[in-house]
Design a protein. Structure first.
Length: 191
């Protein structure tokens, strides 16, 4: 029984390797790196990072970056789940083995970082602004990506599902950041 189970698992791993090999070949065969869509995805990766470098609040640097890291990690897991389940994928990845890197590691986290930053020292409501941002990303930005052929959804997945994903991610990132800020305050005030 044990040998059959391990053998089956090894077959599944091999199928995953073959799938990634096919994606890599697709990337080279169609010279995706020469297309307009590819360079647009590169811009989605690089421009937000440069903008962040100049516009992030340096006084709250680590707090905002920790929040952004929480967003990035959570989106990374959501995206990996969606791609593995065949719900969506990116036809023009910057790097074939990391198809969602432009959006998951740069553009979306940085957008939410600026929402978070803008609500830190003001009377602005974080959850309201983050929800409005999620609506725009889900029902305006993602349909634009679909129209440009940069994002594909499969099966019964729709934009409302993407909206729920954004909401769960920004709530998670805020709760985790607040938790660590509470720990920092609690233990730094005892000294």
């Amino acid at each position: 029984m044990e040998d059959v189970r391990i053998s089956r698992f090894d077959q599944i791993v091999e199928m995953g390797k073959e799938g990634q090999k096919a994606l890599n070949e697709y990337w080279w065969e169609f010279s995706l790196y020469t297309s307009f869509e590819y360079w647009l995805m590169v811009l989605f990766l690089v421009v937000p990072l440069v903008f962040l470098l100049f516009k992030i609040n340096k006084n709250k640097l680590f707090q905002i970056l920790f929040y952004g890291y929480s967003i990035h990690m959570s989106f990374g897991y959501h995206d990996l789940y969606g791609r593995n389940m065949g719900y969506w994928n990116y036809p023009f990845p910057v790097i074939p083995v990391l198809p969602g890197i432009s959006l998951d590691s740069s553009l979306i986290p940085i957008i939410f970082m600026f929402v978070y930053q803008s609500t830190l020292n003001s009377n602005k409501k974080y959850y309201l602004y983050a929800t409005v941002t999620s609506v725009i990303l889900s029902f305006v930005f993602k349909p634009m990506l679909v129209g440009l052929g940069l994002f594909k959804m499969y099966g019964s997945i729709n934009y409302f599902h993407l909206f729920l994903s954004y909401v769960s991610v920004f709530i998670f990132a805020k709760v985790v950041t607040d938790f660590f800020l509470w720990i920092k305050k609690r233990y730094s005030s005892n000294k």
